[in-house]
Design a protein around this ligand. Structure first.
Ligand code: PAF
Length: 284
């Protein structure tokens, strides 16, 4: 059963009648297979699932695509209904607030800042972005009070920011990170892929290919990192790269001499579309 709810008050009342064991999938809508993989995992593990669709104004910069971000609620609900057909005994509540004031009351002025992770990599290029993300996720957690929440690992830095927020604030919520879902070409699924032309879709593969190449060069061996860094230096002469970095997988620090798990993070930009991807590397 899928039920669409447009007000926060209704969610709060509903939650008073339910136990703690609910799963939560936060999204900004315009659903693709990546989002549905989060829903499927929640369906497998939880009896009651909340699925939010909210384009959060706080995480967009002044010159970003907040206004034009694709809003496709009707199609999204259909996709959720189709995914839930295999789980007839589960209850799914789609929380799609009609306006931002449903989430942030008028004059709302609190910001949750995950210091140290909010101003590096994506946060350096998009100042305030992660503060907007942590603030909305914190607020959604307050409203929904889930036991588990599901996030895609494509936005790896976001996943680490949320994980850190939950740990720091001792929120009793399990953060589940789900693998990147890719198109057959290898391109990581993203709502923003639809902005790409056919030619750009081909160019976009540069991102995944570079990550694959760096991973192959490292080959699980610390002594190869220097070679990988040289390769990155060469690749980065293409100005379409915003960044391509080797970081510690846990802290996202560039200090990796003691790291056993690395994350390769890249952003490749085609016109105004910034494509994000990442890959994990374990050192032997
Ligand atoms: O990943 C997203 O879609 C958003 O950043 C999130 C987590 C739903 C917060 O608005």
């Amino acid at each position: 059963m899928v039920r669409l709810i447009r007000t926060t008050q209704e969610i709060i009342s509903l939650r008073e009648t339910q136990g703690k064991e609910v799963g939560f999938v936060p999204t900004m809508g315009n659903l693709h297979a990546g989002h549905i993989s989060l829903l499927n995992e929640a369906l497998k593990n939880c009896k009651i699932i909340y699925f939010s669709i909210f384009v959060n104004p706080k995480q967009f910069g002044p010159n970003e695509d907040f206004k034009s971000y694709p809003r496709t609620l009707e199609e999204d609900v259909k996709k959720i209904e189709i995914a839930s057909l295999a789980y007839p005994d589960k209850e799914i509540f789609v929380y799609a607030p009609q306006k931002p004031e449903e989430v942030f009351s008028e004059g709302h002025n609190e910001t949750v800042i995950v210091a140290g992770l909010n101003d590096i990599l994506e946060g350096k290029i998009r100042p305030g972005h992660f503060d907007g993300v942590s603030t909305v996720v914190h607020r959604l957690f307050e409203i929904i009070r889930p036991a588990k929440a599901y996030f895609g690992l494509k936005d790896f830095q976001q996943y680490r920011v949320i994980e850190k927020m939950v740990a720091d604030l001792q929120m009793q919520i399990e953060i589940v990170g789900m693998p990147i879902i890719r198109e057959t070409s290898g391109l990581a699924m993203s709502s923003r892929n639809q902005y790409l032309s056919e030619k750009e879709r081909e160019e976009a593969l540069t991102l995944k290919r570079a990550l694959d190449a760096v991973k192959k060069i490292i080959d699980g061996k610390r002594e190869n990192i220097i070679k990988a860094k040289n390769y990155i230096h060469e690749v980065r002469s293409d100005k379409r790269w915003n960044y391509l970095e080797i970081r510690d997988a846990l802290t996202l620090s560039s200090e990796i001499t003691e790291s056993s798990h690395l994350t390769l993070l890249g952003v490749f930009q085609l016109r105004s579309t910034r494509l994000l991807d990442n890959m994990q590397v374990e050192l032997k």
